[in-house]
Design a protein around this ligand. Structure first.
Ligand code: ACO
Length: 328
C-alpha cells in the first residue's frame, strides 16, 4: 500500500512586491537582496484575503485534479505558520469554505517543514481503512506577521498556498519514504515572541513589535545547509536511492545560496531542481506544494519520476519525503 498524490493545486496572490519597491520601504538594496538571497520578487496577499482563502483556492484546484468530490475527503490538514487565528484551526475554516462535512480537520505547526510533516501524517492515517482521501495544504500569509521596517526579515518572505490530495493505492507511485526531525533547542532562532500564552498580546508587546517574526538569520542558515544534506543522506540510506536517481529535487525555498549548497553536495543539476525562491520568496509551508504543483502543471513531471522534497524551519524542524510520481 502506498499513499499516492492524486492531485495538486496552488494559489498565489496577484500583487507583486519587487526588490525595487522594498528599497523604498527599508534600508536595503536590490543588489544586496539578489546577491545574498536570489529573491527578485514575492507575492503579497490582498487586504480582503487571508491564509484560509489561499488554502481554499489551492484546495479546489487539488480536488479538481484528483477527480474526487469534497464529500469524499476524510481529513484536512493545514500546515501553516500564519494561521487565520490561534483557534479555530485554519483547517476547520477551510473545511467550512469547502463544505467538506465528512472531513476531520486540524493544523500542523512545523514552520517551513509543515508540508513534509503534513503528508507524512497523512501517509500514516491512510494505513487505517477509515481514511481514504486526505487533503494536505501548506498555506501562508506571512506578510501579516512580518515587520516591514525590519530589512533583515521583510525581504525574504512571501504569501502563497499549495495543496495535495493523498489517497491509498496499490501501484508503484506514491510515497516511498519520509523522515522527520526536530531540535527544540534552536526554537529561539526563529519565533514570534508575543501573542501566545507565554507573552499575551498587550499594548507594550505591540509597541515593541513582538507580534512580528524574529529570526537569527545566520543560525538558521547554518542549520539549513546542514539539515538539507543530512535529511537527504538519511533518505538515501533508508531507500538505497542515490542522488543521481532523483528526477526532481524540491528543496525548501528560503535562500538561493542554501539551495545551491545542497545541489552542489548532491551533484543535482539545475534542470533537476525546482526553483521558485527567485519569483515567490520564502512562502514557508507553502514552498514545497507550490513547487510540486507548478512542476506538475508545467509538465516537468512524468509518471515514474522520483521526487525528493526536503525542508527545515521554525521549531526548529526538518524533514524530507521521497516519492514516485504518478496516480492510478
Ligand atoms: N539589505 C541590506 N543589508 C542587509 C539586509 C538587507 N535586507 N539584511 C541584512 N543586511 C546586512 C546586515 O545588517 C549585515 O550588515 P553588517 O555587516 O554591517 O553588520 C550584512 O548585511 C550581513 O548580514 P548577514 O546576516 O551576515 O547576511 P547574510 O549574508 O548571512 O544573509 C540572510 C542574511 C539572507 C537572512 C541569511 O542568513 C539567510 O538566508 N538565512 C536563512 C534564513 C532562512 O532560511 N529562513 C528560513 C525560515 S524557515 C521558517 O520556518 C519561516
Amino acid at each position: 500500500m502506498k499513499a499516492q498524490i492524486k492531485g495538486m493545486g496552488h494559489a498565489l496572490p496577484e500583487r507583486i512586491l519587487d526588490n525595487k519597491e522594498l528599497e523604498q520601504m527599508v534600508d536595503t538594496s536590490e543588489k544586496w537582496i539578489l546577491e545574498r538571497t536570489g529573491i527578485r520578487e514575492r507575492r503579497i496577499i490582498d487586504d480582503s484575503e487571508t491564509t484560509s482563502d489561499l488554502a481554499y483556492r489551492a484546495a479546489l484546484m487539488a480536488i479538481g485534479n484528483a477527480g474526487i468530490s469534497v464529500e469524499e475527503l476524510d481529513l484536512i490538514i493545514v500546515a501553516t505558520a500564519s494561521p487565520d487565528m490561534l483557534f479555530p484551526a485554519t483547517a476547520c475554516v477551510v473545511q467550512e469554505k469547502l463544505g467538506a462535512w465528512n472531513a476531520a480537520a486540524f493544523d500542523i505547526a512545523a514552520g517551513c517543514t509543515g508540508f513534509v510533516y503534513g503528508i507524512t501524517v497523512a501517509e500514516k492515517f491512510l494505513l487505517s481503512p477509515e481514511y481514504n482521501n486526505i487533503l494536505v495544504i501548506g498555506a501562508e500569509a506571512l506578510s501579516r506577521i512580518i515587520d516591514y521596517t525590519d530589512a533583515t526579515t521583510c525581504v525574504l518572505f512571501g504569501d502563497g498556498a499549495g495543496a495535495a490530495v493523498l489517497s491509498r493505492s496499490d501501484s508503484e507511485a506514491g510515497i516511498i519514504a519520509s523522515y522527520l526531525g526536530a531540535d527544540g533547542r534552536g526554537g529561539q532562532h526563529l519565533y514570534i515572541p508575543a501573542g501566545g500564552a507565554a507573552q499575551p498580546a498587550s499594548l507594550e508587546t505591540v509597541e515593541k513589535g513582538l507580534h512580528f517574526l524574529k529570526m537569527n538569520g545566520n543560525e538558521i542558515f547554518r542549520f539549513a545547509t546542514k539539515t538539507t544534506v543530512e535529511v537527504s543522506e538519511k533518505i538515501f540510506a533508508m531507500t538505497g536511492v542515490k542522488a543521481e536517481d532523483i528526477d526532481l529535487f524540491i528543496p525548501h525555498q528560503s535562500n538561493m545560496r542554501i539551495i545551491k549548497t545542497a545541489m552542489k553536495w548532491m551533484q543535482i543539476p539545475p534542470e533537476k531542481t525546482m526553483i521558485t525562491v527567485d519569483q515567490y520568496g520564502n512562502m514557508s509551508a507553502a514552498c514545497l506544494p507550490v513547487g510540486l504543483s507548478l512542476a506538475a502543471e508545467e509538465g516537468q513531471l512524468k509518471a515514474g519520476d522520483l521526487v525528493l522534497m526536503v525542508a527545515f524551519g521554525a521549531g526548529l524542524t526538518y524533514g524530507g519525503v521521497l516519492l514516485r510520481w504518478g496516480s492510478d
